[in-house]
Design a protein around this ligand. Structure first.
Ligand SMILES: Nc1ncnc2c1ncn2[C@@H]1O[C@H](COP(=O)(O)OP(=O)(O)O)[C@@H](O)[C@H]1O
Ligand SMILES: [Mg+2]
Length: 389
């Protein structure tokens, strides 16, 4: 794609990242020691990754011309989100460009209904669901499964935006009315009584070679991930099954790079919730907690380079997300937070403006026991954000 006369083997490749949020920022951090060049396509110069590199193109991920132009300056194009025009990516692929993961894989991440249907057809365990629900369909579905039910927007949701737990027909009616004027297409699924939320990350190369990270527990509140615990405190047999499902999904979707599979553990049963075909919040613990971070393995995979070990570097690794409070900046509390956890607590800030509830960074803590490590991560996070526990 790059029109340079230098053969690709004689110079380090340039990975283009569509999107310039914190995932792109952490990919850049991982690219530096490997010699990989990175270019980002940002919508605004103030985005998290655009702040740390001069190699920024400004443009929209929905603008086919901007994407084509961006791709022409990169050897491989990857993404830090899935809110991108898939047709434009197909056009880049057809013109000989390399997009990893490709459009056929991204479609799973972009469209929850497509994903659910494909996984169900493949015989994988998913919660029961209905596409494009009407009020009649809600009544028929709740006659089978009871209340509550979960409505989800088929596309565009994240951090619990686009997920509604409905407790009766009035709530369903109100939701349907509120989305009637917008373009939000809904699906409906069975509400499940989740015992643990589990995530599995697989890094996969174009030829199918892959490595799998330890299964982790994600602790969600109001649809937002607050903590990740590695390894997940579940029976080894269940963790092995979770990893196996993640690997099956990586193969089924033809993933290249990191693919994260979110699972619900209900009793002994694992159900697949959703996938993300990129580095994922559930893998931020790998930066300090594993021999190779998810960001390094994502880059290595999309470049078709050998993958690195996913071994844990401590018996327990806990990540705590930093969610904005009312304070305008974390700066006044950084010194205090470092004192609280040192050694073994590692903050990662995203350079984003602080807004209440916004993900502005995370801390990783390494330790020997779950309770102590978790408490240390939580304490450092609370001290940094200024939250009073
Ligand atoms: N069917 C369900 N039953 C119970 N809880 C659910 C269900 N689906 C989602 N949730 C809860 O909502 C969270 C967000 O849902 P998810 O589909 O993963 O949306 P997002 O794209 O915002 O991550 C999940 O992590 C889980 O805590
Ligand atoms: Mg999710």
């Amino acid at each position: 794609m790059t029109s340079s006369t230098t053969p690709a083997t004689d110079r380090f490749p340039v990975v283009g990242i569509i999107g310039a949020g914190q995932l792109a920022r952490m990919m850049i951090q991982a690219a530096i020691p490997l010699g990989i060049g990175v270019r980002v396509l940002a919508e605004h110069a103030t985005e998290s990754a655009a702040l740390i590199t001069p190699n920024v193109d400004l443009g929209s991920p929905d603008d086919a011309a901007a994407l084509r132009d961006f791709a022409s300056r990169c050897d491989v194009v990857t993404l830090d989100h899935e809110l991108v025009d898939l047709d434009a990516l197909v056009a880049i692929e057809e013109a000989g460009g390399v997009v990893r993961p490709g459009a056929t894989t991204l479609r799973y991440a972009k469209d929850k209904l497509y994903q659910r249907s494909a996984f169900q057809r493949a015989g994988l365990p998913v919660p029961d669901f209905v596409d494009a629900p009407t009020l009649d369909a809600v009544e028929a579905f709740t006659a089978r499964h009871g209340w509550p039910v979960v409505a989800k927007s088929q596309t565009g949701g994240y951090d619990g935006r686009g997920v509604w737990v409905l407790h009766d027909l009035d709530e369903a009616r109100a939701l349907f009315a509120s989305v009637a004027d917008s373009n939000v297409a809904l699906m409906l699924e069975q509400w499940v009584r989740i015992d643990h939320e589990i995530a599995v990350l697989v890094a996969r190369r174009p030829g199918g070679e892959f490595v799998t990270y330890p299964a982790v527990e994600t602790v969600q509140r109001d649809g937002i991930c607050h903590e990740v615990i590695a390894p997940a405190p579940i029976a080894p047999e269940i963790a092995a099954r979770a990893r196996d499902l993640g690997e099956q999904i990586a193969a089924l979707t033809g993933a290249v790079g990191i693919i994260a599979t979110e699972l619900f553990l209900v009793g002994d049963e694992l159900l697949i919730n959703e996938v993300a075909t990129r580095p994922h919040n559930s893998g931020h613990f790998t930066i300090d907690g594993c021999a190779t971070s998810q960001f390094a393995n994502h880059l290595r995979a999309v470049l078709d380079w050998p993958l690195g070990s996913t071994d844990l570097l401590a018996p327990v690794v806990v990540m705590a997300n930093l969610l904005g409070e009312d304070h305008a900046s974390l700066a006044p509390r950084m010194r205090h937070a470092l004192l609280a956890g040192a050694p073994g607590v590692h903050p990662h800030l995203y350079g984003k403006d602080v807004r209440p509830g916004r993900k502005i960074g995370h801390v990783n803590a390494l330790g020997d026991t779950l309770d102590e490590t978790r408490a240390r991560a939580a304490q450092a996070a609370a001290r940094l954000t200024g939250r009073t526990p």
